[in-house]
Each structure stands twice: as C-alpha cells, then as structure tokens.
Design a protein around this ligand. Structure first.
Ligand code: ADP
Ligand code: MG
Length: 257
C-alpha cells in the first residue's frame, strides 16, 4: 500500500495534512498519535470511506480507479465501534463481509457460506454462529468484527483501535490472532493503537501522527522515546527497553509537600 500526499478536510480545516506512508506486503504498520491527531480519518481515507486529495495505491493499483466492490475485495476495515444492526446473529453479520461477491438483489452462494464457515472456525467462533451480537462479551464481539473483515477475503486489513474496549488478556488474544492470521494468510495490516507499549510490541513500524501530519516514523524503538512523547503527547513518561520493543511507564506529577 502506498499513500502519497494524502489530505482530508473536514469542517473546513485540514484533519489529515499531506501524509506519505507505505506499507509493504505482509507488514504491520501502526499509526499512533494523540487524540484528534487524525488517525481514524487517515484510516477512513485509505478505506475509501472519506474523500481525500493525493494518491493511494492498493496492491499496486491506484485506489481511485477501483469501484466499491473491487476496493472491498482488496481492503477490509474494522471501525473502532462498528455499527451493528440490532438483533443480528453472528453468522449473518459475518456474511455481510461477502457483500462484494454477491450480485445486487442476489443471494449468497455456497462458496460464500463456506467462506463464512471457514472464518468462524479459524476464529473459534463456530459455537457462536447463532448468537445475537449483543449477547457476546467485548472480546468475543471484537473477534466477530475481525471475522467479518476476514470473510471479505481482502489482503489488506485496516484496524482502528482494535483493542480499545478490551481488558489486557483480551487485547493480547485479539492482537496475537491478527499476528497469526498475518503470518498464515500473508495479510498486510495498517492499524491505529492507543497503548504505545502494545503498539510497539506488535508493529514492524510505527507512524506518529500529530495535528494531521507525520512527525516521526520508524521502528518502535526509534519512534517511542521520552522526547517524542513529551513533545507530541505532552506526557511525562519513562521509556524502558523491553524484550519486544519499548515499554512506556507514565510518571505522576511532583507535588510540593
Ligand atoms: P483520532 O482518530 O486521531 O483521534 P480523528 O481522525 O477521529 O482523530 O479526528 C481528527 C480531527 O478531525 C478531530 O479534531 C475531529 O474533531 C475532527 N473531525 C472528525 N470528523 C469530523 C467531521 N465529520 N467534521 C469535522 N471535524 C471532524
Ligand atoms: Mg480515532
């Protein structure tokens, strides 16, 4: 995936401002940055969900020339809080991922159903197929969102804060699963993430976005430093070197006695 000079204006101001960003096949790149930096908007531009200027190539093809169906076959996105029609069962929700393969007003084919079956099995969701989404726990529901995206058969996966609502165990479960699927299926992953230690642990590369611009990019050890976090998050932190990347520890303010 190749993003060149991409800008998005919303409400009369630039929210994403001249971003350049490449993600190689099979790579996992995570966008970090303070609240309101434009992370979700950038992801939505890559997913073709918001109008942008600049160029985005997907799988070597100009994204602007792809129709909705073609784009959906190339790239799948999991929004931070996906909208779920009330009362919907897991299997029907995951089947929505097959929409780009089903003719308008047509019905799903046997191959769509078997693709859904495969994904439900791979994500350990077969027992949940008949359950309504609102009866699932946060971690289970996040797996279902991922299942819908995988059923889409796209090789590029966009994940907007995929673990924001999850406890630490379920965060790990979901991210390990993404990493495993990336290895098994050769997926390319572009995500946004809140937790800097976890972002650095899973991503090959980090892109730090501030006020719509890329202000740092590189390996997690290059990007997650006390100096960059002080400058762009206005945060007092200690960064220590962990086994799989930097670990960020917040420091409380000093009060005089
Ligand atoms: P992040 O995901 O990094 O927290 P977002 O991409 O959600 O940031 O938002 C970036 C900025 O764009 C924020 O200041 C937000 O208020 C603004 N914004 C998002 N959507 C709209 C919109 N539809 N109209 C106007 N401003 C918007
Ligand atoms: Mg966001």
């Amino acid at each position: 995936m190749d993003v060149r000079a991409v800008s998005v204006r919303l409400g009369g101001r630039p929210v994403v401002d001249g971003v350049d960003l490449g993600v190689g096949e099979g790579e996992w790149v995570t966008i970090i940055g303070p609240n309101g930096a434009g992370k979700s908007t950038l992801l939505r531009a890559v997913g073709g969900l918001v109008a942008y200027t600049g160029a985005i190539d997907l799988d070597g093809r100009p994204g602007g020339t792809l129709g909705r169906r073609e784009r959906a076959k190339a790239i799948a996105m999991v929004a931070q809080t996906p909208v779920v029609p009330p009362g919907m069962r897991v299997i029907d929700y995951v089947l929505l991922g097959r929409t780009p393969y089903i003719a308008p007003l047509g019905r799903e084919s046997a191959s769509d159903l078997s693709a859904v079956d495969d994904v439900l099995t791979a994500l350990d969701l077969a027992d949940f197929a008949g359950r309504r989404l609102e009866t699932l726990s946060g971690g289970e529901r996040q797996r279902v969102f991922l299942a819908r995206a995988l059923a889409q058969g796209a090789r590029i996966l966009l994940l907007d804060e995929p673990t924001a609502a999850l406890d630490i165990g379920h965060q790990q479960e979901v991210l390990d699963l993404v990493d495993q699927l990336r290895a098994e299926r050769g997926l390319t992953v572009l995500s946004t993430m809140h937790d800097l230690s976890i972002a650095g642990e899973y991503a090959d590369r980090l892109v730090l976005l501030a006020a719509g611009r890329v202000v740092a990019t590189g390996t997690p050890r290059e990007v997650v430093t006390e100096a960059t976090l002080a400058e762009h998050y206005r945060a007092r932190v200690t960064v220590i070197d962990g086994e799989h990347g930097p670990i960020v520890i917040p420091k409380r303010a000093k009060h005089s006695p």
